[in-house]
Design a binder for this molecule. Sequence first.
Ligand code: COA
Length: 382
Amino acid sequence: MSITALEESVPIRGLEGVVAADTTISFVDGVHGRLLYQGYDIHDIAEEMTYAETVFLLWRGRLPSLAERDAFRSKLVAEMRLPSQVVEMLRLTPPNSHPMAVLRTAVSMLANFDPDVENLSPEANWRKARRLLAQVPTIIADLHRIRSGLPLLSPDPDFDVPGNFLYMLRGSSPTTLERRAMEVLMVLLADHELNASTFTARVIASTLSDMHSAISGALGALKGSLHGGANQRVMEMILDISDVGTVQAYIAGMLENRKRIMGFGHRVYRTEDPRTRHLRKFSELLCESRNQVHLYEISRRIEQAVREAKGIYPNVDFYSATVQHALGIPPEYFTAVFAASRTAGWIAHIMEQYADNRLIRPDSHYIGEMSLPFLPIEERTA
Ligand code: COA
């Protein structure tokens, strides 16, 4: 870049409003609160479609037939087992390391056992895609059982991936309501346009690095509290409040101290996130079924208090917290569950990037010195 161009370049903080890719995978209309996957409305998808059907749509760009959906579902469930060395690694991690840190390491380690890892042909990439999507939930379930001193379970072919995740995590068969709630959660979290982790995955794929590297990088981006890490902190806040009567004062106190309320606000949505409606419904149904209605009521009251004070809406993390809690998932695993769901979208974007690739390499605005006199080391003072 020339010096003149360099002086004129102005960085766009947070890349807000910068268009960095063409995509057909998902579309977010933040003004009207719309979300589409491959052209289909998220409300139709959340109400009508299964998890396997949704992943097929995201990956292939069209709705599957019944036979295609069922074959895809069976293939995914058949890929859920982990290499024994990866399970051994899970056992070796310190019990206090964050599940997202373990998941990031496990996905990176899986690459070493994947026969297709360095083969970037579309056929090999789809094989890796299925394996990764199926193995990530198993890593989370196995880690939880190892840390709880419980035996590991094999996937049950009668359940799909979300049902198997719950079964392998908890050791008991999920109810119909629980299976549907887990499925809808994973469907709603599966993709969301060019968010920070998806962009990270696309940047890595654009160097023609492998799919496991791109997913490992995306996991690192999702781990942060401004992205996927918010859901755990939402649940910690709800449990900390514990009483509906104290919500107003608790939220007012946080805002007075200029603290951010986790699970609220969004870079793109200026109205309610369309995914909230479905998660709010399952939060209510599940909390009722577990005799934990107070947690749902606290959530509703927080929503009201933040809306009144700041005029902002809950994002996808807010009700996903009570949904996961009522499903028996410990809060420290919430972000990892988000990752298991978002792996579907990351893979769709990685494949889209590979299919029409150009190395992603933006510029920076240099604001440092330009002509400092060089001093030999002997002449420098500390
Ligand atoms: N709690 C309190 N105030 C919030 C807020 C929150 N969660 N989110 C945004 N705001 C306020 C900001 O303080 C700011 O107000 P001000 O103009 O009076 O200073 C205004 O809303 C705009 O915030 P800004 O940080 O510019 O929005 P952003 O687009 O950069 O941030 C998030 C988007 C998601 C990072 C932000 O809303 C946030 O930190 N949310 C909490 C974390 C979270 O839930 N993340 C999950 C995202 S899906």
